[in-house]
Design a protein. Sequence first.
Length: 79
Amino acid sequence: MSTPREELHALIDSLSDGAAAELLPELRLLKLQAEARTEQPRGSGTWPPAWFGSIEGSATDISERADEILRAEMGRGRQ
């Protein structure tokens, strides 16, 4: 039995030049998707990350005033 890579090579070799040209963009996309799945950045496992808290907020009571802020902003920009 052949390996998946060998089978893939055989399938590609059996394609006409036109069919190979049509499949090439899709194969490139599949390759990028596979790389994105396997090359996820790995964190150090520590929390919080180094960048956490690296900027200063403008107001400390935003979460306490969330309902008030949402009511005030609702509908703005639809003029």
